[in-house]
Ligand binder design. Structure first.
Ligand code: ATP
Ligand code: MG
Length: 126
């Protein structure tokens, strides 16, 4: 089974998280800038004219599509690098992926996720 990990992380943690992912052999990934909030609903800031509420805070969304068997290790790597222990550290969603197509070659599924040295080409490490 192929899965997609969608991690919403602090912008300032992106480099540490990328390093942690490269260290375990994650090659393919993409990111986008997103705005949102979790349980706290944003933050209250103090300005010259009083306080105001920022409800949609900037975060990075990091997407990785990979084999089921590597999902837990990848979650551990992300959490290890992303956690400060303070509120707003982020959240991780895992989804099933129906299909992957590499456009250049027409490769499908697991074949399309094989990169030289990638975690998916390595035996599972416990
Ligand atoms: N249920 C959700 N659906 C979609 N995006 C979410 C959801 N919850 C949080 N997010 C996204 O994750 C980001 C980080 O959320 P946040 O870390 O504040 O989660 P939390 O559940 O409130 O945890 P904490 O208590 O540590 O703050 C948000 O800015 C938002 O972009
Ligand atoms: Mg929160």
């Amino acid at each position: 089974m192929t899965k997609k990990i969608e991690a919403i992380i602090r912008e300032e943690k992106l480099n540490d998280i990328k390093d942690a992912l490269h260290a375990i052999g994650i090659v393919g990934m993409n990111i986008s800038e997103v705005r949102g909030h979790g349980r706290q609903g944003g933050i209250t800031l103090v300005g010259r004219t009083g306080t105001y509420q920022v409800d949609m805070l900037p975060r990075i969304q990091l997407n990785i599509v990979l084999s089921d068997k590597n999902v837990e290790r990848t979650i551990e790597a992300i959490c290890g690098a992303a956690k400060t222990g303070n509120i707003g550290d982020g959240i991780i969603f895992v989804y099933p992926v129906d299909e992957v197509v590499r456009i250049r070659t027409g490769e499908r599924g697991h074949e399309a996720l094989m990169y030289e040295g990638d975690i998916d080409t390595l035996p599972v490490q416990e």
